[in-house]
Write a protein that binds this ligand. Structure first.
Ligand code: MLT
Ligand code: ZN
Length: 460
């Protein structure tokens, strides 16, 4: 194709490739089993190269799909319209950690955990910790405002971004805000970019704010013979005056699939229906023990089966590994679709009950787990024995719609932290009205009049 040759001539073969083996490496992410080949993979080294590529695509109406580590769960980085898959993998430098102002400037292809470690070594703390923190890029975290367990006490990615360097769809390079803790200067372009899933521009640098690293944490695992009891305990912990740094729910089958498909061992009691994994953190150890006593009171009032404390850092790490590997292990167990439901915290028991009823009605097993403290439950729907026609057709779509209608009824919405991307866009009309689409499309048009930037995502 003529445009491919032209782009190769401009950028050179080290940056632009259309070789099949390369294209295949950029055709999938962690969303179900989708494969969409781009026509070209671009791996630029710096922001000026991103700008040249994007400006070329804009002039020639070529779709550009920005790509981080490919760990997304809603298909945001799938190049569904062909064109260019633009990878930020070379943007892997931590440029500055400012220990005086508690800020850091990074390129958008830095791995989340590498950043967390680097700031930790200086006694600083970057809380957002998605399950894929060992491989996901911070730029991808910006695309979805990713959360993770610590979002409960500390907020999601959006709460830590001060300023962004962005390549706009016309190739212009801008900073969206200022490197300040406060900024009340016109529309908030920084926050507009966060969660926009690469549809408004390509983030190349990020200025984050940081916190002091909490000195201590305690972790407890509580088992319940009834999921409803586990869910009911969740809001009561807060009502009892305690604000945990993480409060995660794991259904029995979630832990069971981790044990079956990984080398992690854990003794499961078949009477257990669900677990709560609860962490408290802070600087005053005695206060944390008092918090745990307060949590224990709530657990006992809700018929807890057993409470175990993780005494060593190895035990803590193991429990967190079990929790973090659920998504991956469920994927190994069965073809699945993942829903990222979120409701008001106290409505969690109703959400869980409703999901199970819908599963029984439509004939699927669901594996539920996630950020109970945030009311954010990941519902993995397993294909099991369901026919391909039912799985891919209106049957399952209707079931998922019912789940999302229930979320709305319970004061929630259809994604808490995974984004809309490709797979959830058909359900957006369950929670948004025509006026919302009109406003969002108007914003899109202002940024990207030619519609080249990650087309086909967020809405139909
Ligand atoms: C999680 O909380 O485990 C993540 O959001 C990832 C996943 O659900 O697979
Ligand atoms: Zn999650």
């Amino acid at each position: 194709m003529e445009w491919i040759q032209k782009l190769k001539n401009i950028m050179g073969p080290d940056i632009i490739s259309d070789e099949n083996e390369v294209l295949e490496n950029y055709a999938s992410d962690h969303t179900e089993d989708f494969v969409y080949l781009p026509q070209v993979v671009a791996v630029p080294n710096n922001v000026n190269e991103v700008s040249v590529i994007v400006a070329f695509c804009n002039k020639n109406n070529i779709p550009v799909t920005p790509r981080g580590a490919g760990t997304g769960l809603s298909g945001g980085s799938l190049p569904i319209a062909g064109g260019v898959s633009l990878s930020l993998e070379k943007f892997n430098k931590i440029l500055d950690i400012d220990e005086v102002n508690f800020q850091a400037t990074v390129e958008s292809g830095v791995i989340n955990e590498a950043f967390q470690q680097a700031v930790k070594e200086k006694g600083l703390f970057y809380p957002p910790d998605p399950a894929s923190k060992g491989s996901c890029f911070l730029g991808g975290n910006i695309a979805h405002s990713s959360g993770g367990p610590k979002a409960l006490k500390y907020g999601t990615t959006k709460d830590y971004v001060l300023n962004l360097e962005v390549v706009l769809p016309n190739g212009k390079i801008i900073w969206t805000g200022a490197d300040t803790l406060k900024n009340s200067t016109g529309y908030n372009l920084t926050q507009l970019m966060i969660g926009s899933e690469g549809t408004l521009g390509i983030v190349t640098k990020i200025v984050f704010k940081l916190l002091p690293l909490p000195k201590h944490d305690l972790l407890m695992l509580a088992s319940f013979t009834s999921i409803e009891d586990a869910c009911k305990a969740v809001p009561q912990i807060f009502i009892n005056g305690i604000s945990p740094s993480a409060l995660e729910l794991m259904e029995y089958n979630a832990v069971d699939y981790v044990i079956k498909h990984s080398n992690l061992s854990f003794e499961l009691d078949t009477e257990t229906a669900a677990f709560l994994l609860i962490e408290v953190d802070g600087n005053d150890k005695n206060q944390l023990f008092t918090d745990c006593e307060g949590i224990n009171e709530v657990l006992e009032a809700n018929n807890v089966q057993e409470v175990q404390f993780a005494d060593t850092s190895d035990q803590k790490e193991k429990l967190w590994k079990i929790r973090r590997s659920i998504g991956e292990m469920v994927k190994l167990h069965s073809v699945y679709k993942e829903e990222d439901t979120v409701v008001k915290r106290a409505n969690l028991p109703k959400l869980m009950k409703g999901v199970k009823e819908i599963g029984a009605e439509y004939g699927f097993e669901s594996v539920c787990y996630g950020h109970a403290g945030d009311g954010n439950l990941h519902v993995n729907i397993l294909k099991g024995e369901m026919s391909d026609t039912r799985w891919n057709g209106p049957h399952l779509e209707e079931a998922i719609r019912k789940i999302f209608r229930l979320c709305k009824k319970l004061g929630g919405t259809i994604s808490g932290e995974h984004g809309i991307g490709l797979v959830q866009k058909k359900y957006m009309n369950e929670v948004l009205a025509p006026i919302h689409f009109e406003l969002m499309k108007g914003i899109k048009k202002t940024f990207d009049p030619n519609g080249i930037m990650n087309p086909g995502k967020i809405w139909e």
